[in-house]
Design a protein around this ligand. Structure first.
Ligand SMILES: *Cc1c(COP(=O)(O)O)cnc(C)c1O
Length: 397
């Protein structure tokens, strides 16, 4: 039997039953501190083992299980789990960069990430430049001697724009700088950036990986040597560790990630096609539709188009008014990757103000594409025909 398929890894990797009570499902170790059998020191520098079971901020058996599973699924040497996707993002940026360094980013990212890089990093003397990822020459041209990192997100939350990871990895390697990929929307089921040459992968585990809308979590995947340094310099000292309970919930979610992603994709495709022919809909954005501007890249880079899509309504104001109360199944809520279907409104001017300092060409390109705003759907595990019926009732005509 081969145990290298992602479905089997998702269920079994990292798990072993405790010989004292051979349960078939993993234990949850809710402990902040552990009994020590040697008189070891109090500082991370005093330990030979990089993850001593001494205090949960250093390591915890449930968290270690989550990290092992995620590393195996992403083909990474090592994984560091943290309290949220933003804890992973801030830990990686602050852990790898120092005053005087420069980062290259793409025009729109998850708002938490762009606000952090745009507003907070300059306080530590770290600058950034925005480049169009479809123009690889522009990325190479933006690299200066101070550039240490290219940070991309693919697909982008909320625009679903896709960046060519392999092309960025080739540029990063040629210039000996690091490529980080926020792969939250893709998940390891669709794309494994490290196999394409990325140095680090970041996930918000809160989304598809956890998959049940009940636990915040995040992780960084990359080389063992760098993550060990990050663990002692950043994880232990910044302290953004994940609760073992959340780690346990996310481990449980991972077991069904491969089949959930199949269902997310099937339902999202059905809703995308339904919306595409609906008279009240002006435009549908889904990487699985041939009309997506990067559909060919999506086909090449993603084994699954995911469960997130967005659309422009012809009568935006009417749908906005109906949004909070008229859906019977969809929850009017932010976030994604939940078992429940969610819908929210993504206002164009808000996206622009939460993005990097976009120049006027980048701003008008976004306005031309998104209109005044988009309705974003995260498909859940409900019946797809019933979800379409719910949308049809609210969209009306
Ligand atoms: C949600 C999200 C984050 C932040 O994750 P949290 O777990 O909410 O902190 C980062 N990147 C992307 C792409 C996201 O969708």
């Amino acid at each position: 039997m081969s145990s290298s398929s992602i479905e089997t890894i998702a269920v079994h990797t990292g798990e072993h039953s405790d010989p004292n009570h051979p349960a078939s499902s993993p234990d949850l170790t809710m402990a902040s501190t552990f009994l020590m059998d040697t008189a070891e020191g109090f500082s991370i520098n005093a330990f030979e083992d990089e993850r001593p079971l001494m205090y949960t901020r250093w390591g915890n058996p449930t968290t270690l299980l989550l990290e092992k599973k995620l590393a195996a699924m992403e083909s990474a040497e090592a994984c560091l789990a943290l309290a949220s996707g933003m804890a992973a993002t801030s830990t990686l940026l602050l852990g790898l960069l120092k005053s005087g360094d420069h980062v290259i980013v793409t025009p729109i990212h998850y708002p938490g990430t762009s606000e952090l890089i745009r507003d907070l990093l300059p306080r530590f003397g770290i600058s950034s430049s925005v480049v169009d990822p479809t123009d690889t020459a522009a990325i190479a041209n933006a690299i200066t001697p101070a550039t240490k990192m290219i940070w991309i997100e693919t697909p982008v939350n909320p625009t679903l724009a896709i960046t060519d990871i392999k092309a960025c990895a080739d540029i990063a390697k040629a210039h000996k700088i690091q490529l980080v990929v926020d792969s939250t929307l893709a998940t390891p089921i669709a794309t494994r950036p490290i196999e394409l040459g990325a140095d680090f992968v970041v996930h918000s585990l809160t989304k598809y990986v956890g998959g049940h809308g009940d636990a915040l979590g995040g992780c960084i995947l990359g080389s063992k040597a760098t993550l060990e340094t990050l663990l002692s310099e950043a994880h232990v000292h910044y302290g953004g560790v994940i609760s073992p309970f959340n780690a346990w919930l996310i481990v449980r979610g991972i077991a069904t990630l491969p089949i959930r992603m199949r269902q997310h994709e099937e339902t999202a495709m059905q809703i995308a096609l339904f919306l595409d022919q609906h008279p009240e809909v002006a435009r549908v954005n889904y990487p699985g539709l041939p009309s997506h501007p990067q559909h060919d890249l999506a086909k090449q880079q993603m084994a699954n188009f995911g469960g997130l899509l967005s659309f422009q309504a012809k009568n935006r104001k009417r749908l906005l008014k109906r949004l909070p109360r008229d859906f019977k199944l969809f929850h009017h809520a932010v976030s994604l990757g939940h078992v429940r279907s969610l819908i929210c409104y993504v206002d164009t001017e808000e996206v622009i103000s939460a993005s990097y300092n976009l120049n006027s060409t980048q701003q008008s390109a976004y306005r031309d594409w998104a209109g005044e705003g988009l309705f974003r759907i995260s498909t859940g595990m409900e019946n797809a025909d019933e979800l379409c019926e719910d949308i049809a009732n609210v969209l009306g005509n």
